[in-house]
Write a protein that binds this ligand. Sequence first.
Ligand code: SIN
Ligand code: MN
Length: 280
Amino acid sequence: MSDGPLTAEQLSDFERDGFILVRGLFDSEEVDLLKRSAKEDRELDAHSYGKDDGEGGTVRLSLWNHPGDGIYGMFARCNRLVTAMEQLLAGEVYHYHSKMIMKDAKVGGAWTWHQDYGYWYQNGILYPDMASASIAVDAATKENGCMQVLTGSHHCGRIDHVLSGDQAGADMERVDELVKRLPLVYCEAEPGDVLMFHSNLLHRSDMNRSDNPRWSMICCYNAARNDPYKDSHHPRYTPLNKVDDGMIKSVGVKRFEDDQSDVAWLDTSDDTSATSLSDN
Ligand code: SIN
Ligand code: MN
């Protein structure tokens, strides 16, 4: 197993459960830079789009394919995170996309049960050798709609997904059976904690009815050996240039006076599949 920040125990937990929660992967100064950048980022806000959650709420997110050289890119490309992903996926990885999940106070919508590979399968990806890192920007609690996971559900393989509202969800007949058999975990997290999860892990989250926002930045990676066989709205293999961990603090808070984006946003208008099974 390659060297990196994750212990042998974390790797075997991931194999068994399909997820690990890595506490304090980012320190408070780092996550503060991310939080300040994101909350003041007019472009992030302007490029956000909503998806009806089928339960009366709307989820809001902004999404971009290539990590860029700004603060978001420094998180997605930093050595400690990428090397952890390489340990989990047993080899070189590339950045598949990142997104900011903006679950705003009172109104942030729910995410239905799904597997990410339920969508990404549609993008010409042959194997579920993919994983995501959800970085807590705000504290995530049961009350503000933290992520819920079904422990070990990644071992089921890919489940069929169907549309409900604007979101594609896993076939509920199967999910209902799995909920009876597998432990459901509420992944409460402090800012800077990172939930790393397998692309076939079933996950969902409740609407945020609380007074506290719950934003997370999710960085998604594909194994380099798992290059998609066709083009889609997410990239094929593109080498990922890792950066030193210290670069997060060196780059620092996003400078808005530049009025320039360092990432190309993927808007719903660009993404013809935004309301189909291949989104997200
Ligand atoms: C997602 O599945 O992309 C988002 C889930 C969440 O953050 O609640
Ligand atoms: Mn997901």
